[in-house]
Design a protein around this ligand. Structure first.
Ligand SMILES: Nc1ncnc2c1ncn2[C@@H]1O[C@H](COP(=O)(O)OP(=O)(O)O)[C@@H](O)[C@H]1O
Ligand SMILES: [Mg+2]
Length: 257
């Protein structure tokens, strides 16, 4: 199983949308895919219309003493081959507990280890804060996928995110290759074009050499549903981004090269 963390310390950059499209694309290619919603805001969970009351079982249960496994928490979706572990609002309280309970930073990694062989890919939709949940994701991931907008502020956020990944890499002594997917790109603005060029220059080889354009079908938060049509500029771009991501060598191949 390959674990991809979809992360950026900035909110509203397209993390959840990217998780949804990459997950759907992988499932449609015949892979067994598990999406794990790590964001207390639960946008991914809502996209799959999981009722929020009473709180569903989900990611938070991995951090308790119930012994819940990913297989027991994964729920089927309308998309064949795609399962979801839902987020619960209680995830927000974990950051506080994290300070007092050693070992909580590795709970997700342990759960993923226990699910080995059940899925081909696990995609982790991360919250926009560098806390316990994001650390869990980065500690467990084989790859980091960083969706980023193409404005100036977002480029700073990207640098922060990649620095965090390097810190995790050093402490766990295992490579965490990071790949950048430019999102919400507006080719009508001069700043957008300039910053996309900058991004491609600065992170050559690690950034998808195109960008997901702004697509009105994806614009409204309420419209982000798993039923979003597989056609359109955004969906097409995500298909091509996935093909590119799958063609990138993983860390061990890079080292051997
Ligand atoms: N390519 C796109 N075109 C238009 N709107 C988008 C696009 N990607 C994401 N959005 C919208 O932008 C907002 C933020 O996206 P989301 O994926 O929730 O970001 P994050 O998970 O980083 O907070 C949502 O309302 C989403 O529907
Ligand atoms: Mg999100």
């Amino acid at each position: 199983m390959q674990v991809w963390a979809i992360a950026n310390q900035k909110g509203g950059v397209g993390k959840t949308t990217t998780t949804l499209f990459l997950g759907r694309g992988l499932a449609q290619a015949g892979h067994r895919v598990l999406l794990i919603d790590l964001d207390p805001h639960a946008s991914l969970t809502r996209a799959f219309a999981v009722p929020s009351a009473p709180p569903p079982s989900g990611t938070h249960d991995l951090f308790g003493s119930s012994g819940a496994t990913l297989a027991s928490l994964a729920r089927s979706t309308d998309i064949e081959g795609l399962k979801l572990v839902a987020a619960q609002p209680a995830l927000a309280t974990l950051e506080r507990r994290g300070a007092t309970q050693p070992g909580l930073g590795l709970a997700l990694g342990r759960a993923l280890h226990g699910a080995h062989g059940l899925y081909d890919y696990a995609l982790l939709d991360c919250p926009p804060t560098l806390g316990l949940l994001m650390i869990n994701a980065l500690a467990a991931a084989d790859r980091l996928v960083v969706p980023t907008q193409t404005d100036q502020l977002a480029l700073h956020g990207l640098a922060d995110m990649l620095r965090t990944a390097e810190m995790v890499e050093r402490s766990r002594r295992r490579p965490l290759p990071g790949f950048v997917v430019p999102t919400l790109y507006d080719r009508r603005t001069r700043a957008g074009i300039h910053n996309l060029d900058l991004l491609h220059d600065r992170y050559e080889g690690r950034v998808w050499p195109h960008a997901v354009p702004v697509d009105t079908r994806l614009r409204d938060a309420n419209a982000l549903t798993a039923a979003v049509p597989p056609t359109g500029r955004g969906a097409d771009a995500y298909r091509r981004a996935l093909t590119w991501l799958l063609a990138q060598p993983d860390a061990s191949q890079r080292q051997a090269a």
